[in-house]
Design a protein around this ligand. Structure first.
Ligand SMILES: [Zn+2]
Ligand SMILES: [Zn+2]
Length: 268
C-alpha cells in the first residue's frame, strides 16, 4: 500500500487552512507508518482575487513572505522528525502573464521541492472576476456568465496540465465533486482534460477527500480508468487538513487501482 502522501496541509503561521501544526502532521504520519510526506500548503496569489480567507493573497510581496516562512517552517519541523519530508505548495494556477511572472519569481526565491498544480476558481477571461468554486457548489448554474467562467475553469485545468510547471495535478474534477458541471454538456471538457493528460503524461492524483465528502474521489473512477489505461502516472493523495485524514481511504483506492491493473505510480 502507498505509504506516503505528497498532498497535506497544516496551520502554517496561523494563516493556512490546515487544522494541525506541521509538527503534529509529521508525528502522525510517522505513527501510521508513512515513509515520507509532502507538505503542500496553498499558494493562492492573484492581484484580483477576493480575500475570503487569510491564505488568499492579492499582494505579491505578502504572498512571497508567507511562502518563504512556510518553507522555512517545514524545513525546521523536518529537523525534529525522522520521516523524509518534501516542502512544496498546492498552487492555484492562472494563465495570464502577470500571474506566471509572479509564480516564477516565487519559485526562484522560495525554491520549494515541488509544486502541485491546482485550480479552485471559475473566472472571467480577463481574470478580473474570480470566484472560488467551493462557493458556487450546490447551486444550479443558470446564468451564461457563470457558465462562461466555468468553461474558463476547465480550460485553465488544461493549461495547468500542459504548462510543464507542476509535479502532479490535484483533484482536477473538483467541480463535479461539488455538484457543479455534472450535466452531460460538460463531458466534452472532461474529455479534453483527459486528452491533455494522455498527450503530456503529467501525473495526476486520486484525491481521497472526495470519498470522505461524497463517496467519489477526484477525479471520478471512470476518469481514473481512462487515464490508467493510457499509462498516465498516478498517486493517491489524502489532501489531509488534519491528522485524522492522513492516509484516509488509501486501502479503497489501492484495491481499485489493482482492479484497473495500474502499473504507473508516481513517486519521488
Ligand atoms: Zn485543493
Ligand atoms: Zn489541498
Amino acid at each position: 500500500m502507498q505509504d506516503f502522501t505528497y498532498h497535506s496541509h497544516n496551520s502554517s503561521q496561523g494563516i493556512a487552512d490546515g487544522h494541525n501544526t506541521c509538527d503534529e502532521m509529521l508525528s502522525r504520519a510517522e505513527e501510521i507508518g508513512f515513509s515520507e510526506i509532502g507538505v503542500s500548503n496553498h499558494f493562492i496569489y492573484h492581484p484580483n482575487i477576493k480575500i475570503e480567507h487569510s491564505q488568499d493573497f492579492n499582494n505579491f510581496s505578502k504572498a512571497l513572505d508567507y511562502a518563504k516562512n512556510d518553507i522555512e517552517q517545514t524545513r525546521e519541523a523536518t529537523s525534529r522528525h525522522k520521516i523524509k519530508v518534501y516542502a512544496g505548495f498546492e498552487v492555484d494556477f492562472f494563465p495570464s502573464k502577470i500571474w506566471r511572472d509572479a509564480f516564477e519569481k516565487m519559485l526562484k526565491e522560495v525554491k520549494p521541492d515541488y509544486v502541485i498544480g491546482s485550480n479552485h476558481n471559475a473566472f472571467s477571461k480577463d481574470e478580473q472576476n474570480i470566484y472560488n468554486i467551493w462557493r458556487l457548489g450546490g447551486k444550479p448554474i443558470k446564468d451564461e456568465s457563470t457558465k462562461e467562467y466555468l468553461r474558463n475553469h476547465w480550460q485553465n485545468i488544461i493549461d495547468c496540465i500542459t504548462s510543464g510547471y507542476f509535479t502532479f495535478i490535484a483533484h482536477f474534477d473538483l467541480a463535479s465533486n461539488l455538484g457543479l458541471c455534472t450535466e452531460s454538456e460538460w463531458d466534452e471538457w472532461k474529455w479534453k482534460v483527459i486528452e491533455a493528460f494522455k498527450q503530456t503524461k503529467t501525473p495526476f492524483e486520486i484525491n481521497t477527500n472526495g470519498i470522505r465528502r461524497c463517496g467519489i474521489p477526484s477525479p471520478d473512477w471512470w476518469i481514473v480508468k481512462e487515464l490508467v489505461s493510457a499509462g498516465v502516472p498516478t498517486l493517491i493523495s489524502d489532501d489531509a487538513h488534519n491528522t485524522n485524514c492522513l492516509g484516509q481511504y488509501f486501502a479503497e483506492a489501492e484495491s481499485k487501482l489493482a482492479e484497473l491493473g495500474c502499473k504507473k505510480r508516481f513517486k519521488f
